[in-house]
Design a protein around this ligand. Structure first.
Ligand code: SF4
Ligand code: F3S
Length: 394
């Protein structure tokens, strides 16, 4: 009933059961706050598919250096179930975790998709691109007596895809698989497919709504608006901090002194101020809870450089010491983490923040860390490299 009421407040295109894009965007936010986004969006889309207004989106998924966490996350859509979505909206052709056939039969479906509908399918990549020894530590298929690497297959299938979507922080930015000292020389998909724009749906794992919402936007309206790291703004447009229910504590300098407490978790390592994701409104496990709701800090799992740049997880970093209280300040703090600290932060901090309770509660708790990796700048913003990685052949 609740969902029905919400659906009645949105409009459909004239003489069509298709949603207008602005209503789709409304549902992305309202659905997160009020219910399950996929549950709201699926019925009208299933009708539109049945009426022939849109066609099912052909999807193939390649899993490279991965823990399969994003498949598990995607399976965690409860209402509707993932199989409802497969039956009604997506033409899910190849996915090594969920194929109904195996071996060459499955691989043939991937080959047919590549050969018969070039520039019409979506390639989803899960997992990091393992580059050492030409990728031979990560085999994903076997063809005519040859082992096929993830690196080779993603490049081949990706060059002919209509859209390439990297799900999870490993596929988007290298993630934990590329953690220091990165012996496998792993990296994100964009770095091995420079010819294509890769849509990054980051997270460790990515939220099912972020994955399905991005796919649905591609099916209905094409590429969504992306932010500077190639992530859809509709899910990654705001920091966790800006929507956090503990923001009032932060602004007043009321901080938890240990994990498990109810106050703002900044002092015990929360990276919400520099992390872009809508977890506070969307939450996880069918909206049951989310990290800060469980009294543990956000560890910045959607950000480039995760996990190295977000460690230590349970103490805040010396170079993000300024609780701003306003959006511009937290955005600037985000730049600070990437080594681009602006004069604006310093001005803001000097004028208002090194005072009173914030100083007593926060700055005195700052943990000094001596061996924190730093970044060197490269031309493309989503490419980054650790400055000192003696065991890593870059
Ligand atoms: Fe919430 Fe973390 Fe920001 Fe505190 S620092 S308000 S817990 S996001
Ligand atoms: Fe990840 Fe932080 Fe959300 S750790 S799940 S981005 S609250």
């Amino acid at each position: 009933m609740f969902y029905k009421d919400l659906l009645e407040t949105i409009s459909f295109q004239e003489e069509s059961i298709m949603l207008r894009r602005r209503d789709f965007l409304k549902l992305v936010v309202k659905g997160a706050i009020m219910g399950n986004f996929c549950q709201l969006i699926t019925p009208p889309l299933a009708e539109a598919v049945a009426a022939g207004e849109i066609k099912k989106l052909p999807v193939v998924m390649i899993e490279a250096g991965s823990c399969t966490g994003d498949s598990i996350s995607l399976d965690n859509i409860w209402t509707p179930t993932f199989s409802d979505i497969l039956s009604n909206i997506a033409d899910w052709r190849y996915d090594c975790s969920m194929n109904q056939v195996q071996g060459m039969d499955a691989y043939q479906i991937l080959q047919d998709t590549y050969a018969k509908i070039p520039n019409d399918y979506v390639l989803i990549v899960q997992g990091s691109m393992v580059r050492r020894d030409s990728g031979h530590y990560n085999h994903v298929a076997y063809d005519k007596g040859q082992l096929i690497t993830g690196l080779e297959l993603v490049r081949r299938i990706g060059l002919k895809a209509k859209y390439v979507v990297a799900i999870g922080s490993c596929a988007a930015f290298g993630g934990p698989v590329s953690g220091y000292p990165n012996p496998s020389l792993s990296t994100g998909v964009q770095n091995i497919l420079p010819e294509r724009r890769v849509i990054n749906v980051s997270g460790c794992p990515a939220h099912p709504d972020w994955i399905m919402g991005t796919l649905l936007h591609l099916a209905l309206y094409g590429e969504p608006e992306l932010e500077k790291f190639g992530r859809p703004k509709l899910f990654y447009g705001e920091t966790v901090h800006n929507r956090c229910p503990r923001r009032r504590d932060y602004d007043q300098g009321i901080f938890a002194t240990d994990i498990g407490q109810k106050e703002c978790l900044f002092r015990v390592g929360c990276k919400g101020p520099v992390t872009y994701a809508d977890c506070p409104i969307r939450r996880w496990n069918d909206r049951l809870n989310w990290p800060i709701g469980c009294n543990t800090p956000c560890i910045g799992c959607t950000e480039p450089g995760f996990p190295d740049l977000m460690e230590p997880f349970t103490s805040h970093l010396p170079d993000i010491p300024f609780p701003g209280g306003v959006k511009v300040a937290t955005d600037s703090i985000g730049l600070g983490v990437l080594g681009l600290t602006s004069a604006a932060i310093a001005g803001h901090a000097v004028s208002s923040l090194y005072k009173g309770r914030i100083q007593r509660n926060l700055l005195h708790s700052t943990v000094k860390r001596h061996h924190r990796p730093t970044l060197k700048k490269v031309k493309v913003s989503h490419q980054y490299k650790l400055k000192k990685s003696p065991n890593c052949e870059e």
